[in-house]
Design a binder for this molecule. Structure first.
Ligand SMILES: C[S@@+](CC[C@H](N)C(=O)[O-])C[C@H]1O[C@@H](n2cnc3c(N)ncnc32)[C@H](O)[C@@H]1O
Length: 185
């Protein structure tokens, strides 16, 4: 409960980039992670981890050789994320559109799967488009870009980048109820 209150306070302060008032529910987290094949993933990127609600669940599923690279821009959430002690976790104070250069600095050229909580529908249009385009460039063939949203507003842009390979799921047990886009390269 304490963590939810802390998230709420921070989200209110930065609503234009946080896009939600409370962290994702456990039902939503479970559904988001269901479509990722952790048995074959070596490099996973999470965008917008916030205070780590999804991050902690991803870490439980990683195979021992895999790593999780998180991109977060909120200073308060970064402090929370850096408290998570796990050798498979890399927390970057970096914005998602810089994914290519940031993973290259770490010695990687490709990402097996993306898990994103970015509020794409409320970020500046050009920025959201750039983030998804750059992610597509570094995504492995057959890799997935899994994103939750509260509307279908971004579907057209996903279709433009991922063509027709888009699955859609709904999770009612979240505040607000959420849609999950599963975009495949
Ligand atoms: C809705 S919150 C998600 C929190 C958490 N993942 C969850 O599902 O409960 C969105 C997060 O995206 C982060 N964010 C917004 N724009 C970003 C960007 N350009 N790059 C990286 N993170 C960003 C915000 O700071 C915020 O933590």
């Amino acid at each position: 409960m304490q963590k939810k209150v802390a998230f709420f306070k921070e989200a209110i302060k930065s609503i234009k980039t946080s896009g939600a008032f409370i962290p994702s529910s456990r039902f939503l987290v479970k559904k988001i992670l269901m479509d990722i094949d952790f048995s074959t993933s070596e490099v996973i990127v999470e965008y917008g981890p916030g205070n780590g609600t999804i991050t902690k669940e991803i870490l439980k599923k990683l195979k021992p050789s895999a790593i999780l690279i998180c991109f977060e821009i909120n200073e308060t959430f970064l402090l929370d994320l850096r408290k998570i002690e796990n050798k498979q976790l890399i927390v970057l104070n970096a914005s998602a559109e810089n994914v290519k250069e940031e993973i290259e600095k770490l010695g990687f050229t490709k990402v097996d799967n993306f898990i994103s909580s970015l509020p794409l529908a409320i970020l500046p249009k050009e920025l959201s488009k750039l983030i998804v385009e750059e992610s597509y460039t570094v995504l492995q063939q057959n890799g997935r870009f899994v994103q939750y949203q509260y509307s279908t507003q971004f579907l057209k842009q996903f279709k433009a980048i991922f063509s027709k390979k888009i699955g859609l799921k709904f999770e009612p047990l979240n505040l607000p109820p959420a849609l999950i886009y599963i975009c495949k390269k």
